[in-house]
Write a protein that binds this ligand. Sequence first.
Ligand code: SF4
Length: 330
Amino acid sequence: MDPDLTLFPHYASILAGTANASYLTSARTPVEFHDAMTTDDLWDLHTQANITNTASTAANPPSLLDLKRTIADRLYTSCVLCERRCHVDRRTTPGACKTLEAHVACEFLHYGEERVLVPSHTVFFSGCTLHCAFCQNWDISQSTSGDIITPTELARRITQRATQGARNVNWVGGDPTANLPYILTVLHHLTTNIPQVWNSNMYCSQETMQLLSGVIDLYLTDFKFGNDVCASRLASIDNYLAVVQRNHLLAAENGDVLVRHLILPNHVDCCSKPILDWLADHLPQAAVNIMAQYHPEYHAAAHPELRGSISTTEYKTVAGYAESLGLHLL
Ligand code: SF4
């Protein structure tokens, strides 16, 4: 077995065929509810179902996964899927992510992710809940174009990709958060025992994190900023640190965690080191990938400190600091 897989025990057990993907367990957990119930009552049921989690052996709707879909649909009509909390009706009105119906920019077997993930069936959604000035993926994240793929068709493609060797489904963008109702509907049509990876900036709302619990097996996170001043200046986002820290802790309660940190030029002391300090203090079991591939993209030129690449010294400083903290580096 790949030694790195020991860092992801739940994910590894699904790959080994000794455990079910979490979404399958939720799809097989019966929950009695109906559409006339209030959203508060649905949340109460959701909490109880998560606690008892008495999986039956047969798919028998309504299930916990159906309940999650119903709640997600309600969050969508006054959108609080991420902590921007726009409260727009996403059926007709885009919020800050500019996203309405889910648009898939591309989906394919990706061989460029971390070794434990490849080949990874990566589903790139258009749109993002953040607007980072230096976005390395801005042609997708800041776009609203892409294909509308029915949930049944995407479920069929996932099944097909699994037969081609996909080790997981990797929901990404942009960011997947704005498309949670769509993702849950795809999973409703899926029966393949394949791990689900949430590849996200982690600016999700707490409600979204609750719905992801029991669905996602591995959280592949981007931890970008080590303080709110840099987050506000470079990504026009409020309360970044508290939200992302909270969500990392929730993720670790509910699945395996692989944290990515892209080193930004001239942000070693204000961002990289505080992030690594926090991980060492609060998530020492998490795997961490220190990423050195920053290059100036999108609106990076508007920020003088982001106009170049990172230096060798900056990379060695961050990697060495992470090692000194005893973090599990990939
Ligand atoms: S996903 Fe976030 S940014 Fe998009 S509409 Fe909902 S709350 Fe706003």
